[in-house]
Design a protein around this ligand. Structure first.
Ligand code: FES
Length: 253
């Protein structure tokens, strides 16, 4: 039986949704696999929406907004781009990033809307059904996505995404500007670190563990886990449960 991908599209009201409308009234043919959620701006698409859709087995998620410079709210699509970049980078960790897409489609681009949907649907068809759909879902992948979602929602990641333009385009109180290159270095490193920390937190949610046990379970170096543990303890997210012999056992607070 041929596989028909289930695609979820978040379309901004002012451009892409109008583009979809134009495709409809112009009777432009495109695959019927997409289900659309209209949002006022592509910047409204919280990374959590994308992670949630993927976790429930949606095969592909596409976000569409106005072309750069055309956003009805001036900078919403720049924010959307940064959020998307972050989600994409998280998903690369699990080799799941080809299931999402960001495209700019204007209100006059009905034909382009149809082409984008057809091309994305085909690329998802080639990938096959999501391992999170159907009866036998990939639980390990699901756990990874949950950790990514929590990491993406953390204060640190939200601050980095939300302030990127301000940090790189405006001078700080010392009259310094952070270069794009330097910002990206911090940004991409934060993605990996926050992902690992949230993997640790999810692992501790099941039961208390030592650093060594966590390192084995998550395939990380014990020194890396210990470093995460110190930060998480400082954030009051983990604490000592007990000490067995000389080994401290940590629990999630
Ligand atoms: S209004 Fe369309 S992307 Fe912001």
């Amino acid at each position: 039986m041929s596989f028909e991908p289930r695609i979820l599209g978040f379309l901004c009201n002012w451009c892409s949704y109008a583009g979809a409308d134009l495709a409809g009234v112009s009777r432009i043919q495109y695959p019927p696999n997409i289900r659309v959620i209209r949002v006022m701006c592509s910047g409204r698409v919280d990374p959590i929406f994308i992670f949630n859709a993927l976790q429930i087995g949606i095969d592909g998620v596409i976000v569409m907004g106005c072309h750069p410079g055309d956003c009805h709210y001036l900078e919403g699509n720049y924010e959307a781009e940064k959020k998307y970049e972050m989600v994409k980078e998280f998903l690369k960790i699990a080799d799941f990033d080809r299931r999402i897409r960001l495209e700019w489609v204007s209100a006059s681009e009905g034909v382009r809307f149809g082409q984008v949907v057809a091309e994305f649907t085909n690329s998802i068809r080639e990938l096959g059904p999501s391992p999170l759909s159907g009866e036998n879902i990939d639980n390990e992948l699901l756990e990874k996505l949950k950790a990514m979602e929590a990491a993406a929602a953390s204060n640190r990641m939200r601050a980095l995404v939300g302030r990127q333009r301000k940090i790189t385009e405006e001078e700080n109180v010392y009259g310094e500007k952070v270069s794009e290159e330097k910002f990206n270095k911090i940004f991409y490193s934060a993605i990996n670190v926050e992902y690992e920390r949230h993997r640790v937190l999810f692992a501790l949610e099941k039961d208390p563990k030592s650093v060594k046990d966590l390192a084995v379970e998550l395939g990380l170096d014990p020194s890396v886990v210990l470093e995460h543990m110190l930060i998480l303890k400082g954030r009051s997210q983990v604490d000592f449960q007990q000490i067995i012999g000389n080994t401290p056992i940590f629990m999630r607070i």
